[in-house]
Structure formats: structure tokens, C-alpha cells
Write a protein that binds this ligand. Structure first.
Ligand code: LMR
Length: 396
């Protein structure tokens, strides 16, 4: 039966974990996957999560099936966070939100729904983008192409080329956009540039699909989510996938959501009914624990405040590591200008290192980053940064 099955390639990001775990090098450092570790190199269990879990444990709930679209209080909390508690859009019932298996799950539910809605549409992702965007939309049956994004010479965004591409896209094209903390480059566009993107989406009748996996890791929750308000103000219907993997350090709980902004309450009801069919036929209904934790934190004022503080702590530590990375690279003898590292946002730095350099970092030094040159700054700390920067300097 399986004689003709081909060996699939390792996942470009999660596959690195397997390689890292098998590496006997005692000095190894994992800067591959986008996971935040604290100053001691430990994956944090946030205090707000611990408190919410204690509260939930006291109530000792039985575990029935959740509704197909998830916990109602969770979906409502997600809407408040993404669109703003007092958004008129929410009051008008114009957003269909479903609990999803992480941000990836939100993307996949949206992709499957879009495929049914407009089977001939193309999908455009940024060049480069999160490795799984292409794979996910391709597996959902779409032809995936790219719009220009990264400008290697400028160390930033080639915005003119991006806009020109969107302005030439066919009606109905699905455009996957990173709401904040662009993965992998760390370069975001400005609010004024977003206005131009939104104008292109509107005039060309494109379908915007915002991936917001890092809200709170750039400049703050409201700041990072500001683009959502810009889309809403433009009166566009669009998709947003949300993830709490990073912002709650709940990676393994797979807590995310998909929100679809619709033209009316009645339309929202119909869209929700279709999203529920996608979920039911894929995994029936979502799991309970992670979403209950997130809903508890987001709806309990003291826990919410604690979460925002803890999130700010992670954000600020990453920023401090960016500054330290620049300084330590210089100390290690790197003479080229690496100050771009501090202008990038979010968990990652697009280092500009080539695939052979990244391979050498892995094989010779046990320093794991993605082949594209992406390294996870959120996994650096005072203990490993010296070794990492010396290793990078040696391959440069
Ligand atoms: C990443 O880009 O490393 C994260 O989003 C984790 C993942 O699922 O790839």
C-alpha cells in the first residue's frame, strides 16, 4: 500500500527542533522556532495563566464537548482584544469568530472556507513569509504566489513594489498580510503605508487575510492591533487569525481564533454556519483547557492587568536582547553595520545570513536558526548570547 510513498522533507521550522533535540553538542542553542524563553532560557508559565488555572481547578469541571465554534466567552474576549471592546462592529454583530487550534488553525479554517467560496482565487503571500503560509494555502487547494516585501539592500520593506503588485492583482485574490511583527523579517509597514494597502484591497476587490500571531510583541497590544481598526474604518470585509501561543506562552495548548468581518449581522450568521461546517468536518470541535484559561485571564480585570504586564516584560526583554545582539556582534569582531537588528520588531531577526552560513552555524556550533537566515531573538539571554555572537562572527 505504501510502497510508492515518498519521504517528505522535514518541516523547515519545527523540523529543526527534531534536529536540535538529537544534537549531542552541549553548547547548542535553539534559535529556530519562534518560542520565547526567559533570561534563564526557560519557557515561562505566566503567573496570570497559573492563577487562572488555579481558579479553574477549584471549580473542577467535567469536560463535555464544546460548541463547534468554541467557548462563547472566549470568542467574545478574542473579539474585544482584536477589534476593541467598544467596537461598533461588534455591537452590530458583524464579526463571526470561532475558536481555532492556534493561529495556524485559524488560517486553515479560513483557507478551507475561502476555497469553497471562491475556488479559482489565487493566494498572495509576502516574499518572504512564514514558511507554513505557502504550504497551508497550497494544501487547501490554492495556487500560491508572492508579493514583493523584503528589500535586502535597504534592510526594510520594498513598499513600492509591494503596492504595485497588489494594485495589479485580480479581483478576489486572497492577500495574506502580517498584522504586526512580520515573520520572518521583523519589518512592518507604517500606518500610512497600511492605508495605501487598504486602498488597493478595496479598489481591486481583494480579500485581506490578516495573520496576527504576535500581538503585543512589537510595541503593545493596541499599537500592534491598530491595523485592524484601519481595515474596519475602510469598511472592508476581511479575515483575521489570532494566536495566543506566544502572547500567553501557551504554545502546546493550541489556542487561537479566526474572525471574519462581514457586511451585516445576517451575513455573519451565514458565514459562521459555514465556518462551523469546516471545523466539524476537520476536527469536530475545539479543546477546552487553553481557551478557558485565556478567557478567564482576559475577562478578569486583575488577571488581565497581570497578563499585560507580563507580556510587556517579554516584549522589553526581546528589545534588550536586540540591543545586546548588536553590541556583542561588534565585540565579536563583526565590522558590517548590524544596527538593522534594533529596527526589526517581534521575536525574529532576519539576519541576512545565507543558507550555507546557517548550516555551518548548526553543524559546527550547534546554533540553530532557520535556513532563510531568521533567528529567534526571543530565545537569546545573557548566558547564551556570547556564544551565539561569537559563532555568528565566525561564519560571517
Ligand atoms: C515560527 O514561525 O517559528 C512559529 O510561528 C512556530 C511555527 O509554528 O512555525
Amino acid at each position: 500500500l505504501f510502497a510508492a510513498v515518498e519521504m517528505a522533507p522535514r518541516d523547515p521550522i519545527l523540523g529543526l527542533n527534531e534536529q536540535f533535540n538529537a544534537d549531542p553538542n552541549p553548547a547548542k542553542v535553539n534559535l529556530g522556532v519562534g518560542v520565547y524563553t526567559d533570561e534563564n532560557g526557560k519557557l515561562p508559565l505566566l503567573a496570570c495563566v497559573k492563577a487562572a488555572e488555579a481558579q479553574l481547578n477549584e471549580a473542577a469541571r467535567a469536560r463535555g464537548y464544546l460548541p463547534i465554534d468554541g467557548i462563547a466567552a472566549y470568542d467574545k474576549a478574542v473579539q474585544g482584544l482584536v477589534f476593541g471592546e467598544s467596537s461598533p462592529l461588534l455591537a452590530a454583530g458583524r464579526v463571526a469568530t470561532v475558536q481555532a487550534l492556534g493561529g495556524t488553525g485559524g488560517l486553515k479554517v479560513g483557507a478551507d472556507f475561502l476555497k469553497k467560496l471562491n475556488p479559482g482565487a489565487k493566494v498572495l503571500i509576502s516574499d518572504p513569509s512564514w514558511e507554513n503560509h505557502r504550504a497551508l494555502f497550497t494544501n487547501a487547494g490554492f495556487t500560491v504566489e508572492t508579493y514583493p516585501y523584503y528589500d535586502a539592500d535597504k534592510k526594510g520593506v520594498n513598499f513600492d513594489a509591494m503596492l504595485a503588485c497588489l494594485n495589479a492583482a485580480a479581483a478576489g485574490t486572497v492577500v495574506v498580510l502580517h498584522a504586526c511583527c512580520h515573520n520572518p523579517t521583523g519589518y512592518d509597514i507604517t500606518a500610512a503605508q497600511w492605508e495605501q494597502v487598504i486602498a488597493a484591497v478595496k479598489s481591486r476587490n481583494l480579500v485581506a487575510f490578516l495573520d496576527m500571531a504576535y500581538q503585543g510583541f512589537g510595541d503593545g497590544i493596541a499599537e500592534d492591533g491598530a491595523v485592524i481598526g484601519q481595515f474596519v474604518a475602510a469598511g472592508i470585509d476581511f479575515f483575521v487569525s489570532t494566536s495566543f501561543s506566544k502572547s500567553f506562552s501557551l504554545y502546546g495548548e493550541r489556542v487561537g481564533a479566526l474572525s471574519v468581518v462581514c457586511a451585516s449581522k445576517e451575513e455573519t450568521t451565514r458565514v459562521l454556519s459555514q465556518l462551523k461546517i469546516v471545523i466539524r468536518t476537520n476536527y469536530s470541535n475545539p479543546p477546552t483547557h487553553g481557551a478557558q484559561v485565556v478567557a478567564t485571564v482576559l475577562t478578569t480585570p486583575a488577571l488581565r492587568a497581570q497578563w499585560e504586564e507580563e507580556l510587556a516584560g517579554m516584549r522589553n526583554r526581546i528589545k534588550a536582547m536586540r540591543t545586546a545582539l548588536v553590541e556583542r556582534l561588534k565585540q565579536a569582531g563583526v565590522t558590517s553595520d548590524v544596527s538593522f537588528i534594533t529596527t526589526q520588531r517581534g521575536m525574529f531577526s532576519y539576519s541576512g545570513l545565507s543558507k550555507p552560513q546557517m548550516e555551518r552555524l548548526r553543524s559546527e556550533f550547534g546554533v540553530y536558526g532557520v535556513d532563510s537566515g531568521r533567528i529567534c531573538v526571543a530565545a537569546l539571554n545573557e548566558k547564551n548570547i556570547g556564544y551565539v555572537t561569537e559563532s555568528i562572527a565566525k561564519v560571517m
